[in-house]
Ligand binder design. Sequence first.
Ligand code: AMP
Ligand code: GLY
Length: 427
Amino acid sequence: MKVLVVGGGGREHALAWKLSQSARVQKVYVAPGNGGTASDSLLVNVAITDHDALADFAAVEKIALTVVGPEAPLAAGIVDLFRSRGLRIFGPTKAAAQLESSKAYAKQFMQRHGIPTARYAEFTDAAKAREYVTSQGAPIVIKADGLAAGKGVVVATTVEEAHTAIDMMLGDPADAGTMPGQARVVIEEFMAGEEASFIVVSDGTHVVPLATSQDHKRIFDGDRGPNTGGMGAYSPAPVVTPNVHARVMQEIILPAIAGMAQEGQPFTGFLYAGLMIDAQGRPRTVEFNARLGDPETQPILMRLKSDLFELLLKAADGQLANVELQWDRRVALGVVMAAAGYPGTPRQGDPITALPAGSDDCQVFHAGTAMQDGRLVTRGGRVLCVTALGESVRLAQQRAYEAVRGVQFAGAQCRSDIGHRAVGRHG
Ligand code: AMP
Ligand code: GLY
């Protein structure tokens, strides 16, 4: 059978790599893919925004299953379009994807279903938002409503900082009237604790959890500096003990899937709960994403022993009851190598040399890469995710960094401490 993966990042490379291992999959196409997906799959030169052209391609090529990586096509309704044309696709509908695309929708949904999360208030008026912040004090979290790729969130440590964020997102009251009236912010209570990524596969009714993971969002060592899409990740997340795992399923995941179904918007797809776990092991939801995490997917799929194609086919067909997955017991850890300038505007076109060949315990997943005149060059912020398996976090970390040292491109930036929290727990 043929599979189409929509997207062009490291997550999509890992999906294509894993899907191509299925005995039932003959060909994996990736649209638009990147400089690395070509080795595991065939590139399709169609933009992820051109849903009609993607559906035409799936129809003509008789694609058995389309898997969507990024949030943007989901939020724009690619699943609804494919389904209306009778094409099998795995992902949430536009309505269900609002769990990610609208923070206000997600917060109201969690409140309706008693899903633990931070207290919040919504504002469209900057003056009222400022007043609210003054009454609540800091630390406090200000979020722009809508997809902002992790950049529309300010964790303000002072009231002044929160006011500045509000002015940036809603417009300074001094020039009221010049901003479009639709902007909205969500202001949240600050939650202390340790974060983890908890991703499940759902067919709308049943749920199969994937292995847990943690990512590092900040650009610099020690989790400092500006937020990025993620500079590295590892699986499993030691903070998710068996007890925490059971609580997350009972208190967050199952009520979310049941709640969406009950509201007539069954969630079929990868549901990603970003968790904050406090010192007592109580999990709360920071956010929902309607997709796999990037770079969490890279270490998660390195550990998956089961057939990913079978899993997603069953999920798309509502057949996930009693499915269980097999996992490699080793730890997987991925280090992102980013281009100069990231997370600002990245420099492009730097040649990449000395890429190690993939092996059983190490894979280099491509993200912002492209082939140019027969040479592999940088073409985006996050360039590669070097992912390795090891018997412990420390060994997986050593193996990944050993491979990272072999990769070269001008201006490469990577953190040297991916996994430090897990190493701290387990040594
Ligand atoms: P989000 O885009 O909602 O995932 O937020 C980005 C990051 O901001 C999260 O990964 C957290 O590190 C942080 N964050 C968001 N909301 C909160 C909160 N209520 N309390 C503490 N940290 C938060
Ligand atoms: N790594 C965080 C995300 O994919 O949202």
